[in-house]
Design a protein around this ligand. Structure first.
Ligand code: GLV
Length: 314
């Protein structure tokens, strides 16, 4: 029987599959101290994207730790080099969450360009309104340009949605991608051209040294004043202070955010802005998607423990 530490609340879809083993946790978030204690002697970790799995934490585990099953697509919280050195397999959950995450990214795009958050707040506040030809005008999507940073599975799913709404698609990536499933006009450009030419810039890249603060003050300054930023990737891909300042100065038209640099904290300036939509990191949060993520993570862990190749090893 293996000791499997589950660092955060989990669904039965994962816990049931692991029930033959000694499962520690799974019903609450472990802070650094609790995780550091529980990881000692663990054979496997079912981790969540905010766990501090740095070199120190990984060393704390001991030589028996064989697998970190991260229940997320992103893995910027894990020191991969330290894991590799310690011979620990790290797995993630691609292939099951891209459609749900792209749905949410497109919801943010629609919300911010059509001002639905602002409009709903007005109605709920009981403010006076009537049908008015000149009231609450937003941006149209037909013929507008959607710039996708990172055309992986989620970026491609977002591009398909944009094309279906009549948007022209620009993307930036390290290499040309197969765009045959997207339809409409699609072109690969540099990050700089994408940022300067898009009506909506949507981030779908992992957080790496290269993408940290990719959207900084200069990038925001080079965006169109009428353009919007959507971020469902990682908060630190955007310099949040620079974003608040650009929005205050009217350098861009608005932002739709699901992730934050220091989440769950959010810059107070952003909280006050009507042209900003703020969601609590729920990109993949549909029940079927989260159940698939849970089951896949558990299967990955069991595969490594049983000496088989997991589906999604990094
Ligand atoms: C969510 O942000 C994920 O990486 O799965």
């Amino acid at each position: 029987m293996a000791k499997i530490v589950v660092t955060a609340p989990q669904l039965p879809a994962a816990l049931d599959l692991l029930s033959e083993h000694q499962v520690v946790g799974g019903d609450h978030f472990m802070d650094r101290e609790e995780l550091a204690q529980n990881i000692q002697g663990a054979d496997a970790l079912l981790s969540s994207l905010s766990d501090p799995l740095d070199a120190q934490m990984i060393q704390q585990a001991g030589p028996q730790l064989k697998v970190i099953g991260q229940c997320a697509a992103g893995f910027n919280n894990i020191d991969l080099q330290a894991a590799r050195q310690a011979n620990i397999a790290v797995t993630t959950t691609p292939g099951v969450l891209h459609e749900a995450t792209a749905d949410l990214a497109f919801a943010l795009l629609l919300q911010v360009t059509r001002r639905t958050g602002e409009a709903e707040r007005l109605v709920r506040a009981g403010k006076a309104w009537r049908y008015d030809h000149t009231f609450m005008l937003g941006m149209g999507l037909q013929g507008a340009t959607l710039g996708i940073v990172g055309l992986g599975q989620i970026g491609e799913a977002m591009a398909r949605r944009g094309a279906a709404f009549g948007m022209n698609i620009l993307y930036s990536a390290h290499s040309d991608k197969d765009t045959s499933r997207i339809g409409g006009k699609v072109r690969r450009v540099s990050n700089d051209e994408l940022i300067a030419s898009s009506d909506v810039v949507s981030l779908h890249c992992p957080l790496t040294n290269e993408t940290r603060h990719l959207i900084d003050a200069d990038a925001l300054n080079s965006m169109k004043e009428s353009a919007y930023l959507v971020n469902t990737a990682r908060g630190a891909c955007v310099d949040e202070k620079a974003l608040a300042s650009a929005l205050q100065k009217g350098q861009i038209a608005g932002a739709g955010l699901d992730v934050y640099e220091d989440e769950p904290a959010i810059s107070p300036e952003l909280m006050r802005m009507e042209n900003v939509v703020l969601l609590p990191h729920i990109g993949s949060a549909t029940r079927p998607t989260r159940e698939k993520m849970s089951a896949l993570t558990a299967r990955n862990i069991l595969a490594v423990l049983e000496g088989r190749q997991p589906e999604n090893q990094l």
